[in-house]
Design a protein around this ligand. Sequence first.
Ligand code: ZN
Length: 72
Amino acid sequence: MCKKIRCYHAKRESIKFNMRCDAKRVKITMECSECKQRNYDTMKNKKNDPERLEMNKYCRFCRKHTMHKETK
Ligand SMILES: [Zn+2]
């Protein structure tokens, strides 16, 4: 394969990769608001959810559904 074509494909791949990264998905940790245990790791889109997330999720330490908040 000639070098030119390889470069072209590499460039295209990196553009695709950048577009995926551009979605600003970040890893967050969800913490039980009652026992403060960190029960869940999840991803969120910073663009869609600029605020701290809150979710009603099952806490295995409290053994019930509690409010889980995103940690810093
Ligand atoms: Zn809990």
